[in-house]
Design a protein around this ligand. Structure first.
Ligand SMILES: CC(C)(COP(=O)(O)OP(=O)(O)OC[C@H]1O[C@@H](n2cnc3c(N)ncnc32)[C@H](O)[C@@H]1OP(=O)(O)O)[C@@H](O)C(=O)NCCC(=O)NCCS
Length: 186
């Protein structure tokens, strides 16, 4: 199922083999990967190939998959600058999770907020989910600033581990309710 989401500057679209180079370049960066739970470091071409294969399997598996994994492409350059996930979907509970990354060179220009907002809109308005769960590692103020701006609230703290550098850290768990999202848009 090939879902494409267009925003004013970005296209969110499925990952493909043509993205291996940009995906590897973006994630093979410890300054970025230290804020993500499940990205190994160094991040190699074979990691990227396996990830893309897994995304394709998930999206072909069912018309109601439990995850949507999007490459974030900058238009009109058609360069992949990051990735955004809507995963761990529980259709019965109406919930989903999933994070985001934007390659270092492209951060701080509003692309992360734009892509994350598009994913939220897709989850609530297209899929009918009612609650999104996310989080961020202690100290990741850029991620919290982005999430707070979009209406997320901090709800808990749990112990977590970063695969890239192996450190144990605190993860602030955050949630966004569709009702809060709808109120925010009025
Ligand atoms: C977190 C991340 C996705 C944000 O993406 P981004 O494109 O850099 O963020 P944006 O430019 O859309 O910023 C959104 C808001 O967050 C804040 N913010 C984000 N990056 C910032 C920075 N470098 N300096 C100051 N504020 C920043 C600002 O409040 C901004 O609001 P504004 O547009 O009104 O200024 C990106 O920094 C990233 O990929 N970081 C590494 C991986 C990561 O942390 N992923 C999230 C894991 S929880």
């Amino acid at each position: 199922m090939d879902i494409k989401i267009e925003t004013s500057r970005l296209t969110l679209r499925p990952w493909g083999e043509e993205d291996i180079e940009q995906l590897t370049l973006g994630l093979n960066d410890l300054k970025l990967a230290k804020w993500l739970a499940f990205v190994p470091h160094p991040y190699s071409t074979s990691h990227a190939k396996n990830w893309i294969k897994r995304c394709q399997e998930i999206s072909n598996a069912s018309i109601r998959p439990n995850a949507y994994e999007f490459a974030v492409e900058l238009r009109p350059e058609r360069i992949v600058i990051g990735g955004v996930s809507l995963n761990k979907i529980d259709w019965q509970a109406g919930t989903g999770g999933g994070g985001i990354w934007i390659a270092n060179h492209y951060q701080g220009r509003g692309y992360g907020g734009e892509a994350f907002e598009a994913k939220i809109r897709f989850a609530f308005c297209e899929l009918g989910l009612t609650k999104l769960v996310n989080g961020y590692f202690d100290g990741n103020e850029n991620s919290w600033a982005m999430q707070r701006k979009l209406g997320y609230r901090r709800v808990a703290e749990v112990t977590s581990r970063c695969m890239a550098d192996g450190r144990q850290t605190i993860e602030h768990v955050t949630t966004l309710l569709r009702s809060d999202w709808e109120d925010r848009e009025d």
